[in-house]
Design a protein around this ligand. Structure first.
Ligand code: PLP
Ligand code: COI
Length: 367
C-alpha cells in the first residue's frame, strides 16, 4: 500500500525550547526503570492516500491531540516496534539489526491494512530521534535507550474500513532491566483458558490488539506469583507458542536447543532469530519445531530439558525457572539460571554493547 508519491526521506527538527536540565536527566538515567521516563523529543510523520508519507519531523515530546472519533480509539488499527540504542565504551551509539524491525513493521502494516513505511523512512526516523536525544542514551551496566516506533489510524471516522489518515511516531525511553531484580529466573503461568492468537489471526503482527488480549491472562499470571504468561496454540491447546512479550527456547540434555517453529501465530522475534545463529556459533545444534506442553512438563521432570529461557528486545535473555499451572509446576534443572542460557545471553549482550566482534554485521552505528 505504499503509494508512489512518498518522497525520499528528509526530516526537520523543531528543538525543545525547555529540555530537562542535565541534572534532571542524570537523575532519571541513574534509575531509568522500564517505560516510565521519556526523552525530550519525539518523531512524527503522517500518511494519506494522496500524498503518501510526509512531514517527517523531530519535535518536542508531548501529548497528541486526538479527536474522540479517531479510528484507532474504536477499531485498534495500530502496530508498533521495539528496539534499543546501545552506548559503547567509546561513547558511540549503536542499533542492533534495525532493518529487521523496519521489515517487521512493514509486515505488521500489511496485516493491519496500514500503509507500509519505506525502510529508509523507518531507519531515518530512528537515526534522527536518537541523534536529537543522544544525551539520553544511558551508559553502563545493561542500560539502553528503548525505542518505540508505532503507527495508528488517525482518521476521524467511525466507518469500519482502513483509515485514510495514518500517523507514525517514535518515542524513546531510557531503560534498565525489564524484570526488576536483574537476571534472575522468572516463573511463568500457563494460560489454560485463553489464547493469544488464532490461525489466520494477527499473532505474527506486532499490533496493540494482541497485547490487549494478553492482559487478562497476564493479570492471572501476576495473581499467581508469575512474571509472564505462556500461551498454547488456540486450536488444540497443545503446542507451545510464546509468552506475552517473549519467544521461548528449550535446552536439551544433549546440548541441542529447540524453539517453537513459526506458525503464523507467533511473533517473529528478532532476538529469537539472532539466537538461532548465536547458539550455532557457540556450537549448539538448533532446531525449530513444534514443542508440546507435555514435552515441556515431562522433559523437565525426566531431565531431557535442562534449561528453559525466554528472549526479546525488552527482556533480552531471561531464564525461566518454573512453569506453573493450577495444581502443578514444571521446573527445569535446579530452577536457577543455566549455563547455556547465560552463555547465549553473554554472547548477545557482548555484541550489542560492542564488547565482542560482530561476525554477522548486525550492528549499525547511529552517532
Ligand atoms: N513475542 C512477543 C509477543 C513480543 O512482544 C516480543 C517483543 O517484541 C517478542 C516475542 C520478541 O521479539 P523481539 O526479539 O523482536 O523483541
Ligand atoms: C519488546 O521486547 O520490545 C516488546 O515489545 C515486549 C513488550 C515490552 C511489549
Amino acid at each position: 500500500m505504499t503509494p508512489m508519491t512518498t518522497p525520499p526521506y528528509e526530516s526537520r527538527r523543531d528543538p525543545h525550547p525547555a529540555p530537562r536540565t542535565p541534572s534532571e536527566r542524570e537523575a532519571i538515567l541513574a534509575e531509568p526503570g522500564f517505560g516510565v521516563h521519556f526523552t525530550d523529543h519525539m518523531f512524527l510523520a503522517e500518511w494519506t492516500p494522496d500524498s503518501g508519507w510526509r512531514d517527517a519531523r523531530v519535535v518536542p515530546y508531548g501529548p497528541l491531540s486526538i479527536d474522540p472519533a479517531t479510528a484507532v480509539l474504536h477499531y485498534a488499527q495500530e502496530i508498533f516496534e521495539g528496539l534499543k540504542a546501545y552506548s559503547h565504551a567509546d561513547g558511540s551509539v549503536w542499533l542492533f539489526r534495525p532493518e529487521e524491525n523496519a521489515a517487521r513493521l512493514r509486515r505488521s502494516a500489511h496485516r493491519l491494512a496500514l500503509p507500509e513505511l519505506p525502510d529508509e523512512w523507518f531507519l531515518g526516523s530512528i537515526r534522527d530521534l536518537v541523534t536529537a536525544d543522544r544525551a539520553w542514551v544511558p551508559h553502563g551496566g545493561e542500560t539502553s535507550l528503548y525505542l518505540r516506533p508505532f503507527m495508528f489510524a488517525s482518521e476521524v471516522f467511525l466507518g469500519v474500513r482502513p483509515s485514510k489518515h495514518v500517523t507514525y511516531s517514535v518515542i524513546a525511553s531510557p531503560a534498565g532491566a525489564y524484570f526488576p531484580g536483574g537476571v534472575r529466573p522468572v516463573s511463568i503461568w500457563l494460560s489454560s483458558d485463553y489464547s493469544r492468537a488464532a490461525s489466520g489471526g494477527t499473532g505474527a503482527a506486532k499490533c496493540g490488539g494482541n497485547y490487549a488480549a494478553s492482559l487478562l491472562p497476564q493479570q492471572e499470571a501476576i495473581d499467581n506469583g508469575c512474571a509472564q504468561v505462556a500461551f498454547l496454540d488456540a486450536e488444540k491447546h497443545r503446542w507451545v507458542e510464546e509468552l506475552g512479550g517473549m519467544n521461548l527456547y528449550f535446552v536439551q540434555s544433549d546440548g541441542s536447543i529447540v524453539t517453537p517453529e513459526l506458525t503464523g501465530s507467533i511473533l517473529e522475534g528478532i532476538t529469537r532469530d539472532s539466537i538461532l545463529q548465536i547458539a550455532r556459533d557457540l556450537g549448539h545444534e538448533v532446531v525449530e519445531r513444534r514443542v508440546s506442553i507435555d514435552e515441556w512438563r515431562d522433559g523437565t521432570a525426566d531431565g531431557t530439558i535442562t534449561e528453559v529461557f525466554a528472549c526479546g528486545t525488552a527482556a533480552v535473555v531471561t531464564p525461566v525457572g518454573a512453569l506453573k499451572w493450577d495444581g502443578g509446576q514444571a521446573v527445569a534443572g535446579d530452577g536457577e539460571a543455566g549455563k547455556v542460557t547465560m552463555d547465549v545471553r553473554s554472547a548477545l549482550v557482548d555484541l550489542q554493547y560492542g564488547r565482542a566482534d560482530d561476525p554477522h554485521g548486525w550492528m549499525r552505528q547511529v552517532v
